[in-house]
Design a binder for this molecule. Structure first.
Ligand code: SF4
Length: 189
């Protein structure tokens, strides 16, 4: 390549030649970058959602192609976040696609040192048995003053940040119906 060609590719000269003072136009491009397009351009639909990670509730656009999530971006229409997501919210895509995500139920027996994989149905039955047994054993119909309380203090629930609004709604409804009063979620900023 000759000296003239080299100089012609020099960004500053290209800026002067094209009048691109901020270098945000043609001079910022190469053959490669000109053909690039955002991942979201391939989406066949965008589904509105809410970041599940904390109580701020930033709006999200979930870009979907052929029923699979392509990317999750901030929702510019959200009055809460106006298109912005913090680093946690920006990584929500990995909640669905992360290779470290555990997809089996793991159980460690009392005194056990190893985690065992067990079927979901078995785990659900084990949880139901324990809830029933604990509730029966700790049920309080009245308190020390004779007031009706109909509750159990033997069970508490701590939700995870990746539970969505609908799941939290159902959890609160179920646990309150069971007479459980200690219901919390760790999603806080
Ligand atoms: S975790 Fe971040 S992006 Fe998600 S709701 Fe909270 S502040 Fe918004």
């Amino acid at each position: 390549m000759g000296l003239f060609d080299l100089l012609a590719r020099w960004p500053l000269l290209r800026q002067v030649k094209t009048g691109d003072a901020t270098a945000l136009g043609e001079t910022a491009m190469s053959e490669r970058s000109r053909s690039l397009e955002p991942r979201t351009a391939r989406a066949d639909r965008v589904v509105k959602s809410v970041c599940p990670y904390c109580a701020v509730g930033c709006g999200q656009d979930v870009h979907v192609q052929d029923g699979r999530i392509l990317d999750i971006e901030g929702d510019a229409d959200s009055p809460v976040s106006r298109g912005r997501l913090c680093p946690k919210g920006s990584a929500t895509f990995q909640l669905v696609t992360g290779t470290h995500r555990v997809k089996d139920v793991l159980y460690r027996r009392p005194g056990g040192r190893e985690w065992e994989r067990i079927p979901l149905e078995q785990a659900m039955d084990m949880v139901a048995d324990r809830v029933k047994r604990t509730r029966d054993a700790t049920w309080e119909a009245t308190d020390a003053h004779g007031h009706d309380v109909r509750r159990t203090l033997g069970i508490a629930h701590l939700g995870g940040a990746t539970l969505d609004n609908e799941e939290n709604y159902l959890i609160k409804k179920l646990f309150t119906a069971l007479g459980i009063v200690q219901i919390e979620n760790q999603a806080r900023i």
